[in-house]
Design a binder for this molecule. Structure first.
Ligand code: ZN
Length: 270
């Protein structure tokens, strides 16, 4: 056991790809960095273009990330059928070995809080799902040594998922031929699987910083799904009302009901 305040106040975000930190956790990272909490990222993949790496570096600087750690797995290609199985592809390599590497890093950083994906991988990306599973395993092992660490998994508001799911269904009916690959059934199934949100982080004070990081990830935004582009186009004055929270479920120590205080439990100074 250690009661080192610096360490206990450290937040580690475990991610699959560069840009996850901005689009999915950006408001929370920016908020806690600004408040003086050290926020580190662990990105499980590292095969990316120079352009993407530059964008990541700029975005992390804007968000105020302290240290960036990377494992050298390859991202799983999702748009192509080409099965690029290099033996290091994240979704193929086996959750145990990824977990062991995550556990090592956690042992070095000794964070008070770990943030990661939910079991559905936010929108079903196989790399996000592996990130979730391997982070849970790593944490379970680590908790035996140090029980002070908490794990929070990102979650989305039900109404937001419903809107996206119905919009996809609508578009698919309208353009049955051109609109392929709907995630409608995935999203509606997800609604049934989602555990209740325990923690809503108010990110209204960091929305502008988050938007700066979004701009830095220009190429990801261009290549992203339509609802991401639409979401990121919401103007600031509206965003303060409809996109001012990032929601989490506390998994370790387990929590099943909503906590009004909506803070990360476990930080030394919160
Ligand atoms: Zn991702």
């Amino acid at each position: 056991m250690r009661y080192d305040a610096e360490s206990m106040n450290t937040i580690l975000v475990v991610l699959a790809h560069p840009d996850d930190e901005t689009f999915i956790f950006g408001g929370t990272i920016a908020k806690y960095s600004k408040l003086g909490f050290p926020v580190d990222l662990l990105i499980l993949t590292s095969e990316h273009s120079n352009k993407k790496n530059t964008e990541l570096r700029d975005a992390t600087k804007i968000l105020g990330v302290r240290d960036l750690h990377r494992l050298n797995y390859f991202p799983t290609p999702i748009d192509t059928d080409s099965d690029v199985d290099s033996g290091r592809t994240l979704s193929k390599v086996g959750v145990e070995s990824v977990a062991a590497e995550i556990e090592n890093i956690i042992g070095i950083i000794k964070p008070g809080i770990v943030l990661s994906f939910d079991p559905t991988g936010v929108y079903g990306h196989p790399d996000h799902i592996i990130s979730n599973q391997s982070t849970r395993i790593a944490l379970q092992r680590y908790i035996r040594i140090d029980s002070l660490v908490s794990l929070y998994e990102i979650s989305f508001a039900r109404n937001l998922i419903s809107i996206v799911a119905y919009a996809e269904l609508f578009l698919q009916n309208l353009f049955p031929r051109i609109y392929l690959g709907s995630k409608y059934s995935f999203l509606t199934n997800k609604l049934k699987l989602l555990p209740p949100i325990t923690t809503k982080i108010d990110i209204s004070s960091s929305l502008k910083v988050r938007q700066g990081a979004v701009k830095a990830h220009f190429s990801s935004l261009e290549a992203g799904p339509w609802y991401l582009r639409m979401f990121e186009k919401i103007p600031h004055y509206l965003r303060q009302f409809i996109a001012n929270k990032e929601n989490f479920v506390r998994v370790y120590p387990e929590q099943t009901d909503f906590d009004d205080s909506s803070k990360f439990v476990g930080l030394y100074r919160n």
